[in-house]
Design a binder for this molecule. Structure first.
Ligand SMILES: [Zn+2]
Length: 81
């Protein structure tokens, strides 16, 4: 299996999930986006469960830093109209 990061869709909400290495426990092309990671954590999903379903943060799915940058860009674009 290729270790090259590819575009992923979120298996949770169907949104864009970024470019990451494929997690073998997921179907090819599917990952998870940060808003869904936050949602899962809000539902008290354990880190172990998230790791088993979605892999390692920063390798197989996004980081909070990247999420915040994306959020900032989104809010900025919204404010600009
Ligand atoms: Zn999602």
């Amino acid at each position: 299996m290729s270790k090259r990061p590819t575009m992923k869709k979120c298996s949770c909400c169907g949104g864009y999930a970024g470019r990451w290495v494929q997690w073998p426990n997921r179907d090819t092309g599917w990952g998870v986006c940060m808003p869904c990671i936050h949602w899962l954590k809000g539902r008290h999903t354990s880190d172990e469960e998230i790791e088993s379903n979605y892999g390692t943060q920063g390798v197989h799915y996004g980081t909070d830093q990247e999420f915040n940058v994306a959020e900032d860009a989104r809010v900025e674009a919204m404010l600009r109209g």
